[in-house]
Design a protein around this ligand. Sequence first.
Ligand SMILES: [Zn+2]
Length: 108
Amino acid sequence: MSKKNPILKKNDKVIVLTGKDKGKIGAVLKIDTEKGRAIVEKLNIVKRHSKAGAKGAKGGIIEKESPMPFSKLMVICSKCAEPARLGKRILDDGSKVRTCKKCGESLA
Ligand SMILES: [Zn+2]
């Protein structure tokens, strides 16, 4: 697994580029940097059937977000409100910030 810096972060607003949720927007709930995937709120929902448990738990259908590869997602810049390619800028103190390549604004 590659260990490159994740371009996505938790709470980012992202748009889905391909697949059944193409064009939909959601907030990133969880990032898996090892696998390069993100779970996005209410997107890429998969339905799972759960069996009734022995202790009286109800069986039924559970809807759950399934992780999506980073390549399917694009961050929406909070400044220009458009899907944006992100760049990196290294600050004087050595810390890295992500920047929107459209408007140049730095993202949290
Ligand atoms: Zn921007």
